[in-house]
Ligand binder design. Structure first.
Ligand SMILES: Cc1cc2nc3c(=O)[nH]c(=O)nc-3n(C[C@H](O)[C@H](O)[C@H](O)COP(=O)(O)OP(=O)(O)OC[C@H]3O[C@@H](n4cnc5c(N)ncnc54)[C@H](O)[C@@H]3O)c2cc1C
Length: 590
């Protein structure tokens, strides 16, 4: 299977990986991480939130003693060399407290992975064993005050001087900077005879904390994840031995961007973990809180929020583990770091899909949760308020959701142009089909309980092809400049992947007579109309922008045909899903 193939081909449920496929070893590590987060991290929440970094460091060291920092590190350097699903499981189960989760993810992901993938033998031997145990902690310094999204425009620079490089410049927003021992710092290499920054190529250096010339600035005061450390770095004639260059000279941008693919899928998984924790808090509260002589969990409007949160978690979880399972399958037999990155890059679009959908799912869930807590959702003594604040950063870092949306549709168009994705032939086939007289065999009355959702999905994929075809025809190779259209196309892809993953998992559970099959079906039936609604409105937005007059009317008629579906009783479905969650006092597919 190749990346983004779901867009053009039907998904065979038997081929997707789901949380129900976790191995015993993966379940065990999930339990270890979950227990650690519940029993060690949460009780220390007040101290962590007060920026008592000694506590955070000690907890990270303890996590290291349990092997939780070593999943992605090769055995040869003191690690566990485990698969990416395990790595995502740990990120997911550790995510009970946003601040700690961010410190943990920054260390194990963007902090450690650059050395795993790009380090020389000497660098790996020197740093990885310490990073795998938590004796040392790591940070990743790419962003600057004037360039976050526009990362290729960084201004920090290095000049070669004999056996060393001399670095100058400033970095901003660096997670873990307050206590990290090691920084991967991105700079431009300047040729003194032609000091034009625009021409200079990016490189990465490993810089130890006590290097003269490196100063760590003051902590930022943040809306959320207040217990995480976020500081600027100042490089003032900071002299680094040449052997601290990471990867190839002038190819630092490969490191910067490839590491982000992993960062994005882990962020998606961590959002699932954070949402599960928040939902469990809300259910507990709703069961206990009495109003009008009843537990508020009995009210339909509270149940609707619980159902919507549970459904979104199920969808995000299905998308996340499906993708990461596919990445693991693609990585089979790959030993060389370059080959590993190439194979992961095949799934770069899915990594962005997880990042965007996961972070927006978490925001929706913590919003429902704050509302269920009522006034208590607005005060610090209760967990809903912190979760609400902590969630917001996920849409900003690891590439803002706008940048990731542009990546999603931009990469799809690029792959189509390069002939790696047969999008144009698929659009042509669809147009021939649409010009033929419509067929009225809906299939919605079959015995298949998911026939309606299957049809919604098939039509959603057609709607995407239709909208993408119309937009490409109008703008040709300048489509990328039409950001609103690119984002609307990305929204369609996001919801197609959400529905495709949800449906495939429900079908797989049904085929295997899994005890959660009926619930997975109900959730898929509950969520599908929401996905279809977003897909329809996004397609309408694109078409209304690219067509006019008779052509617009014809295209809208086609859109209506492809958007038509029988209504689902989402109220009954929601009540059933909420009741399952309330009975289990948690996300009900655990
Ligand atoms: C708490 C925290 C921790 C962080 N940790 C790290 C870290 O460890 N290491 C690190 O290197 N960085 C880190 N960052 C930085 C983070 O990655 C950046 O803030 C982020 O990439 C956005 O960059 P920016 O702040 O410069 O915003 P900008 O890039 O200026 O973006 C501002 C707005 O403009 C939009 N925008 C920008 N460009 C485009 C475009 N081409 N098209 C459409 N819209 C656009 C953005 O989506 C956004 O809405 C962290 C930030 C925070 C707040």
């Amino acid at each position: 299977m190749t990346g983004v193939s779901f867009l053009l081909n039907p998904t065979d449920p038997a081929t997707i990986f789901t949380p129900e496929d976790f191995t015993d070893e993966q379940r065990q590590i999930a339990a270890t991480a979950s227990d650690f987060a519940a029993n060690e991290v949460l009780p220390a929440a007040a101290e962590i939130e007060a920026k008592n970094f000694a506590v955070t460091r000690a907890l990270l060291k303890k996590a290291g003693d349990l092997g939780l920092l070593a999943v992605d590190v090769p055995e040869a350097y003191g690690g566990l060399s485990m698969d990416k699903v395990t790595s995502a499981i740990v990120a997911d189960r550790m995510a009970r407290l946003g601040s700690f989760s961010v410190a943990f993810s920054a260390h194990t992901g963007i902090g450690t992975l650059p050395i795993v993938w790009y380090g020389t033998e000497a660098q790996k031997q020197k740093y990885l064993p310490k990073l795998a145990t938590g004796e040392w902690l790591a940070a990743y310094a790419l962003s600057e005050a004037t360039s976050g999204s526009d990362a290729m425009n960084i201004r920090a620079r290095a000049v070669r001087d004999g056996d060393s490089y001399v670095l100058n410049g400033e970095k901003m927003w660096i997670t873990n900077a307050g206590f990290a021992n090691l920084f991967t710092v991105f700079v431009k290499i300047i040729d003194p005879s032609d000091p034009d920054l625009a021409k200079a190529k990016m490189s990465a250096f490993l810089i130890e904390r006590d290097t003269p010339g490196l100063t760590i600035g003051a902590e930022e005061h943040k809306l959320g994840i207040r217990g995480s450390s976020t500081c600027p770095l100042v490089l003032n004639d900071c002299r680094i031995p040449a052997e601290n260059l990471l990867g190839e000279l002038g190819k630092g941008h490969h490191i910067a961007f490839n590491i982000l693919n992993i960062g994005r899928f882990k962020l998606g998984a961590a959002c699932v973990g954070g949402a599960r924790t928040s939902l469990a808090n809300a259910i507990q509260y709703a069961r206990d809180r009495k109003a009008f002589g009843k537990s508020i969990a009995e009210f339909g409007l509270v149940q609707e929020k619980i159902a919507d949160a549970a459904a979104r978690i199920y969808v995000a979880e299905s998308m996340a583990y499906r993708t990461i399972g596919a990445i693991d399958a693609a990585l089979a037999g790959a030993e060389d770091a370059k080959e590993i990155q190439k194979r992961i890059e095949e799934y770069a679009i899915e990594c962005s899909l997880l990042k965007v959908w996961g972070s927006e799912m978490l925001d929706a869930v913590v919003d429902h949760v704050a509302q269920i807590f009522g006034g208590y959702g607005y005060v610090e003594e209760y967990p809903a308020e912190r979760a609400y604040r902590d969630s917001r950063i996920n849409r900003i870092f690891e590439g803002t959701n706008e940048i990731n949306r542009l990546i999603i549709s931009g990469f799809i168009m690029k792959r189509a142009t390069e002939g790696r994705l047969p999008l144009l032939p698929a659009i042509k086939t669809l147009m021939d089909e649409l010009l033929a007289p419509p067929s009225f065999s809906s299939g919605e009355h079959s015995e298949d309980p998911l026939a309606r959702e299957e049809k919604m999905l098939v039509n959603a994929k057609k709607l995407f092809l239709f909208a993408a075809g119309a937009a490409s025809q109008k703008y040709l190779n300048t489509l990328a400049d039409q950001q609103e259209i690119m984002a609307a196309l990305a929204d369609m892809v996001l919801e197609i992947y959400a529905l495709d993953s949800s449906l495939a998992r429900a079908r797989k559970l049904t085929a295997g007579n899994h005890p959660n099959a009926a619930l997975a079906q109900s959730i898929t039936q509950f969520y599908a109309p929401q996905a279809a609604g977003i897909i329809e409105s996004s397609a309408r937005k694109v078409i209304a922008s690219v067509a006019e007059g008779d052509s617009l009317r014809t295209q809208i008629a086609i859109l209506r045909r492809l958007s038509k579906h029988e209504p689902s009783d989402t109220i009954s479905l929601g009540r059933r899903i909420a009741q399952a969650a309330i009975d289990r006092k948690a996300y009900p597919l655990n």
